[in-house]
Design a protein around this ligand. Structure first.
Ligand code: NAD
Ligand code: UDP
Length: 328
């Protein structure tokens, strides 16, 4: 039997990282998960610990990263990802996108591994073109509250491309648009868990601003398939992966009210600083280069996600705050 290929997945205990671990285990890889659990939860990968082809390191990737043995692939997904998280832990967010990425690029180079980084639609900032093609350079405020995330991700893309150009490293850059599904943290502040959590607790749904801002939500299984295809393609420029089905936040709130059957209403709270007014991926490249497009409709994906949140212990549904560990 051929030796299994070995893949390191950072952010493994998080929402997307845990789904990626599942996918590569299903494809019979040896998966090495790494996470410092600052926003992640070991329960997301608890089912993998019994497998001989899974191992886990509790480690902060902003510090020197060492992994013994061969490595064929690295997926760098470690980073706070929700606006509430990166506002509360701004320095760690900057470090994991910059120092963490540098450490992992060095590791990839020493192991001759292919590295894929999780970038984001936030590199487009508050975009003045809609939908956003990869060629759009963005409209980002570096010193606004979102700057810690946006600029870390922009630096991450720049250093990854430099390792590709100057060291000939095999690299891939995925620009992920708002993705949702089971294992999101109910209290991470992102709009979907916020609305569903509020509906489950019998609270009003907190719509920021007048709700006319738009987002385009992608179900996690579709995203994972897109990332899988990108990793094994020979495309090293940034690639958008997301669902172009755009909706206003007000309409989205109304859909959640209908789905959950709550008798609560939307209430309007102030719009956060620099909140993008519109967001929708142009996925022409993913379609033509990867033969990829999303398959799961919002109504199907929301139903699965709602069932997941509903099945959580009542104590967790009621628990609105989140404690951050690893403050340094
Ligand atoms: P998440 O918070 O669920 O997962 C992030 C994981 O990274 C957590 O388990 C956290 O503990 C870990 N982590 C953070 N800093 C670390 C460090 N220094 N060392 C080791 N581990 C660390 O968030 P997510 O939604 O799964 O996002 C994963 C990645 O995808 C992030 O890089 C994020 O920027 C990117 N992304 C996500 C979305 C989305 O819609 N979910 C959109 C765009 C980009
Ligand atoms: N939002 C909202 N109510 C909430 C949380 C978020 O109206 O309780 C809005 C937010 O202002 C933004 C959109 O929903 O316009 C998506 O926010 P999220 O934090 O999920 O991610 P973003 O796309 O802004 O990174």
């Amino acid at each position: 039997m051929a030796e299994r290929k070995r893949i390191l997945i950072t952010g493994a205990a998080g929402f997307l990282g845990s789904h990626l671990c599942d996918r590569f285990i299903a494809e019979d890889y040896h998966v090495i998960g790494m996470d410092n659990l600052i926003t992640g939860d070991l329960r997301n990968i608890a089912h993998l610990f019994k497998l001989e082809n899974f191992e886990f390191y509790n480690h902060d990737v902003s510090k020197f990263v060492y992994v013994p043995g061969d490595l064929h692939y690295i997926l760098h997904f470690a980073s706070p990802a929700s606006p509430i998280d990166y506002l509360k832990i701004p320095i760690q967010t900057l470090k994991v996108g910059s120092l963490g990425t540098h450490n992992l690029l060095g590791l990839a180079r020493s192991k001759n591994a292919r590295m894929l980084i999780a970038s984001t639609s936030e590199v487009y900032g508050d975009p003045s073109v809609n939908p956003q093609p990869e060629e759009y350079w963005g409209n980002v405020n570096p010193v606004g509250p979102r700057g810690v995330y946006d600029e870390a991700k922009r630096f991450q893309e720049a250093i990854t491309m430099a390792y590709h150009t100057f060291h000939g490293l095999e690299t891939r850059i995925v620009r992920i648009f708002n993705t949702y599904g089971p294992r999101m943290r109910l209290n991470d502040g992102r709009v979907l868990p916020a609305f569903i959590g509020q509906a489950l607790r019998g609270e009003s749904l907190t719509m920021f601003g007048d709700g006319s801002q738009t987002r385009s939500f992608c179900y996690v299984d579709d995203l994972v398939e897109g990332i899988y295809r990108l990793l094994f393609s020979d495309y090293s420029q940034p690639m958008n992966i997301g669902n172009p089905d755009e909706i206003t936040i007000r309409q989205f709130g109304e859909e959640i009210i209908k789905l959950t059957g709550t008798d609560q209403k939307l209430i309007s709270l102030p719009l956060p600083t620099d909140d993008p007014k519109q967001r929708r991926p142009d996925i022409t490249k993913a379609k033509s280069i990867l033969g990829w497009e999303p398959k799961v409709s919002r109504s199907e994906g929301l139903k699965i996600t709602y069932d997941y949140f509903k099945s959580l212990p009542e104590k967790e549904i009621q628990h609105k705050d989140f404690k951050y560990f690893n403050k340094n």
